[in-house]
Each structure stands twice: as C-alpha cells, then as structure tokens.
Design a protein around this ligand. Structure first.
Ligand code: ADE
Length: 425
C-alpha cells in the first residue's frame, strides 16, 4: 500500500457496493479504447513514479478508468468528488476495495463535507491537481499557499474552471502551469456538445419520465453545451427556444433554426428550461413569476448558481419531493414550478453523466496533459497552456482507429499546394 500523508484511506457510502461498481466500471471500459491504450503504455513507462496526484472529478465509471490509468502509471492518486450530487457510490467503493485508490466522495454529501474533502485532497500534498471546476486549485491558492512549491501543475476539465483560472492569472495568483483540457478539440467538440446534449436529456427523462416531443424547451446559453442540448431536444421533437447574451452565438442559434429571444419573453412560453451558461441567476424571481403552471427547470452548467433557487424558495408556500431528484415548489400565486436535480448538474444528479465514449477522449486528454506536465517539469511558465496539437491529433487518431474509420491523407501535390502562395486564379 502506498504511504500517503492522508491517514484515513477513504470516506465513501458503503464498501459492500464494490462488486456492483466493478461490473459497471468494466461495462464503461468497452467504450473507452483510447484511455485503455494510454493505461497500457503508462503501466510500462511509469511516467508518474513518485508523483502525488489529486483528482477532483465526478466520481463515475469513466473517472474510475482515469484514476486506474494514473495509478497504473505509478501515481499516488487520491480522488474526491467535484460535485456533491454526482458521485456513484458503487464506483467509489470499487476504487477503494479493488484498486486501493483513496476516495473521499458520497452521493448527496452536504457542502461542509464537500469542502472538507477538498481539504483532505490538499492534505495529500499533491504535485499534480486534476480539477473539474477549479475548487481545489482555488482553495490551494487562497488557503494553502505554502504548498504551492510542491505543485508541478494542474489540468482543468471545464469551461467554468478555465474561466476561474483566467481570473486567477489576471489577478497574478496563478503561480504554476495549468493545462486547458477543456479547449482541446477532442474534448469540447464531443464531451461538451454530444456528451452534455445526450446526458442532459437523459437526466431530465430519468427524473421526470415526461415526453419531450411537442414541448417548448428553453435552452439558456448557446456555447458547446447549449448547442448539444438544443440539437438533441430538437431531434426529440421539441420546439426549442435559445436565450443568449453573446450576439454571435445568438445569430448562430437563429441560423441553426432555433427561436432566439430574451429570457423574459421565453419565460411564459417554456414547458422546460435548461440552463447551460456558466453564469449566475440566469433564471430568477421575475422569470418564475411569468412561468406557466407546472413549468420545469433544471441546470446543466457546472455550478448550482444558474437558477436562483433562493428566490424561488422565498416565493414558495410548500416544497415537496414528487419523484427522485424532482421537487415541486407551490407558489403563493397558485402556480407550481418543478425543479429537477436541485439546480445542480442534472445529467450527473439524475443520470450517469456523459457517456463513456466521449469521456474516453476527455480523459485521454487529462491523462496525457498530466504526463506533459511531468515531462516538462520546471520548464513551463505559470500560465494557462492549450493541449499541444500533437496530443489532440493523437487522441483523434486513436479514437478513429478504435471506431474502425479510415480517412484520406494529403497527396504530395496537395502538401505542396497548401504550403505555397504562388498558385492563384
Ligand atoms: N462530466 C460529465 N460527465 C462525466 C462522466 N461521465 N464522468 C466524469 N465526469 C463527467
């Protein structure tokens, strides 16, 4: 057993759930061929020998494969949840029981426990932090400055986390390199769009069992995640309205065939609202007032700040659980509003997050970004780095190979053509 500065080896729901977790982790592995190849290489090359690593991720079957790959590469890895509601307790149990990976994560943990786990992660004295939303890095920078000297670097998975890292850099407090996994093409084109698109609707359907065909669905935000949600909702027969604050994205949404309008105008029309903006109080008091009786709201952005649940609570005369992960707020105006997944990431709260096939590429980026940090230890400045194009391309090549898809290669004549400027009309 690896000696770690953290004495307690885990804090999970129930270790006896491990066999169920093992079965589900193995199932996910069938759709994760790229990460499997990386794990096999790591097992031979041991790039993380002597490295203490903390991963703050949604504890899912897919994250299990990432943690196992890092451990195979020699990392002394510890895992905590990046969201209080997203942990799959059987997966946490299996990682502890079968892989000897310390896990501190329980589905439904309160905020105090969540933040205590962040502190435990830092007690592990990490050299590398894999973050999903930047809570570990933000806590390190705010409260554990003395540990910064141990840090080789961090990798960040989400748009939200990258925005926070950019703010840290601007404030001059980012004093180690950060790899921007989110903006790798093999990450956000697939995970944010097809992953969020499918898993958000999966969460809504599992929680409510409502028919989406014929419903008016309001998607707030038309970034890569919003594009995915809107596209899949349209595919299921919904009438989709998009709200945006970015004029370019608003044009894009209109030309993709969606109605675009402000939230105040959409509020009385929507049957179901999905926020995917990364910003605060996108749905707030005045919007709840205008909504139809029985309107449903949920969030698929990283933090639970997009829907102003406090103001909804203040208007409510009664709140009751109507199904798992589904609460009905009865308002003083006689109408009711249904909140799915407590305003937290609905795809992870009420379903299982993005499917394994997209997480395969996201976590291949995470694994290779960690390896890049170790290989370049001491050579990188304290700033945010994009994933090198060779890594992105290599992941795409491995994925295509696994999918059995071949593509063309440039002919010598084409290479010469695109490298010259002399030939014109
Ligand atoms: N983020 C979104 N979906 C996920 C999943 N299945 N595993 C880990 N992180 C995720």
């Amino acid at each position: 057993m690896v000696a770690t500065p953290v004495e307690k080896k885990y804090e999970i729901k129930d270790i006896s759930l491990a066999p169920k977790g093992k079965q589900r982790i193995e199932w996910a592995g069938r759709e994760m061929p790229v990460l499997k190849q990386i794990r096999e290489r790591f097992a031979k090359e041991k790039p993380f020998a002597g490295i203490r690593l903390v991963a703050c991720c949604h504890v899912t079957t897919e994250t299990a494969h990432l943690a196992i790959a890092l451990k195979a590469g020699g990392a002394d890895a510890l895992l905590i949840a990046s969201n209080p509601l997203s942990t799959q307790d059987d997966v946490a149990a299996c990682l502890v029981a079968d892989y000897d990976i310390p896990v501190f994560a329980i589905k439904g943990e309160d905020n105090e426990t969540y933040h205590r786990h962040v502190q435990i992660a830092l007690d592990h004295k990490p050299n590398i932090i894999i973050d999903d939303g930047s809570d570990v890095v933000a806590t390190l920078v705010k409260e554990r400055k003395q540990q910064i000297a141990d840090i080789i670097g961090t990798t960040e998975e989400t748009t939200t986390g990258i925005v926070r890292l950019q703010a840290m850099f601007k404030d001059g407090v980012l004093s180690f390199p950060a790899m921007n996994v989110n903006d790798a093409e093999t990450k956000h084109f697939f995970d944010n769009r097809y992953g969020t698109g499918q898993s958000t609707l999966d969460g809504i359907i599992r929680a409510t069992n409502v028919l989406l065909a014929g419903k008016t669905i309001v998607v707030a935000g038309y970034g890569w995640c919003g594009k995915g949600v809107a596209m899949r909702a349209k595919g299921l027969g919904a009438d989709v309205i998009v709200t945006e604050i970015n004029p370019v994205r608003a044009i894009e949404a209109a030309m993709d065939g969606f109605r675009v309008m402000p939230m105040a105008e959409a509020a009385p029309q929507g049957d179901l609202f999905v926020t995917v903006t990364g910003n605060k109080h996108v749905i707030r008091a005045e919007h709840f007032e205008a909504m139809k009786d029985g309107a449903m709201v949920c969030n698929s952005g990283h933090f639970d700040i997009e829907i102003d649940l406090k103001s909804l609570g203040a208007k409510a005369t009664e709140v009751k659980e109507v199904r798992n992960f589904t609460q009905e707020y009865k308002l003083a105006n006689g109408k009711s509003i249904v909140v799915i997944g407590e305003g937290r990431l609905v795809n992870l709260a009420a379903a299982e997050g993005h499917p394994s096939a997209v997480m395969d590429m996201s976590f291949a980026n995470q694994a290779m970004a960690c390896e890049y940090l170790v290989k370049n230890k001491g050579k990188l400045e304290p700033r945010i780095y994009n994933i090198p194009e060779e890594i992105d391309r290599e992941i795409a090549r491995l994925k295509l190979q696994a999918m059995g898809i071949e593509i063309d290669a440039l002919t010598p004549e084409q290479i010469e053509y695109i490298n010259s400027w002399t030939a014109g009309t």
